[in-house]
Design a protein around this ligand. Structure first.
Ligand SMILES: [Fe+2]
Ligand SMILES: [Fe+2]
Length: 256
């Protein structure tokens, strides 16, 4: 089984680029389930209804979120009503939506879990404890993929080792920079620290460079907007054993 995990889609240009490439990628890699992190798919930040629908229409089976997922109130109802639009599971239960879904293909089911880190981020519920609870609640599913949206590299790898042998794979999101550390852990769990970003190439994490410079150098509040120009797509293709549910290969994609 092949799972495609696409790194944070940024802005309408990232959405359009995804739309152009996704059908071909899904065909080339015989993708069974496509997971797209969409927390920044709206221009200016967050996720809008139209951007979420655009990504579903482009071929995303599941959209995962992160620290920006609650930025647009218009999304709250869709978070509650769409089972395949996820927000991190370790937000308070009072927050809209939920952090787990199951893609049921009849002959097999794939559980997808979205979590967020707590190192250099909001002090939310422990992602380690939350993952343990969710794996238990799901009945130790054979096929289980985790999008861990986190800042600290060590937190991401520690959670992957914590779950090694209990989940199929864990991919990181949030930093918008793809890491070259894809690996299969000793227990068979596939891992990459960050899948990267799908959005403008000539940018600072998707943002116009001059705005990022103004913020980083000038230290005053800056309203960010998505950069123009050519895009890239960052993703990983994770192949799972039909027998064991564990990862047999993990391959990075960078398409410019
Ligand atoms: Fe992001
Ligand atoms: Fe993020």
């Amino acid at each position: 089984m092949n799972i495609l995990c696409v790194g944070d889609v940024v802005g309408s240009s990232g959405c359009k680029f995804l739309r152009n490439l996704l059908p071909g990628i899904k065909q080339e890699y015989s993708v069974d389930v496509c997971i797209v992190n969409g927390e920044n798919a709206a221009d200016g930040n967050g996720l809008t209804l139209s951007a979420a629908q655009h990504m579903f229409d482009s071929g995303a089976d599941v959209i995962t979120g992160g620290n920006h997922i609650f930025r647009r109130q218009e999304l709250y109802e869709m978070l509650d009503s769409s089972p395949t639009l996820l927000r991190p599971a370790n937000y308070p239960s009072s927050a809209p939506g939920n952090g787990v879904c199951i893609i049921d293909r009849g002959s097999y089911q794939v559980t997808i879990i979205n979590l967020i880190g707590v190192v250099y981020m909001e002090p939310l519920a422990c992602p380690f404890d939350t993952l343990d609870i969710l794996i238990n609640q799901a009945g130790n599913p054979k096929f289980c993929i985790v999008d861990f949206h986190a800042e600290a590299t060590a937190e991401k790898k520690a959670l992957a080792y914590h779950a090694d042998g209990r989940i199929s794979a864990l991919f990181g999101t949030h930093t918008h920079v793809q890491t070259a550390d894809e690996q299969i852990l000793p227990g068979g769990t596939g891992f990459i620290t960050d899948a990267g970003m799908t959005g403008p190439l000539n940018s600072v994490l998707g943002i116009r460079p001059e705005q990022a410079i103004a913020k980083m150098h000038g230290k005053l509040p800056v309203r960010f907007s998505t950069a123009d120009g050519p895009c890239m797509l960052n993703a990983v293709v994770i192949t799972l054993s039909d027998m064991t549910g564990k990862t047999t290969s993990i391959k990075r994609l960078i398409i410019k």
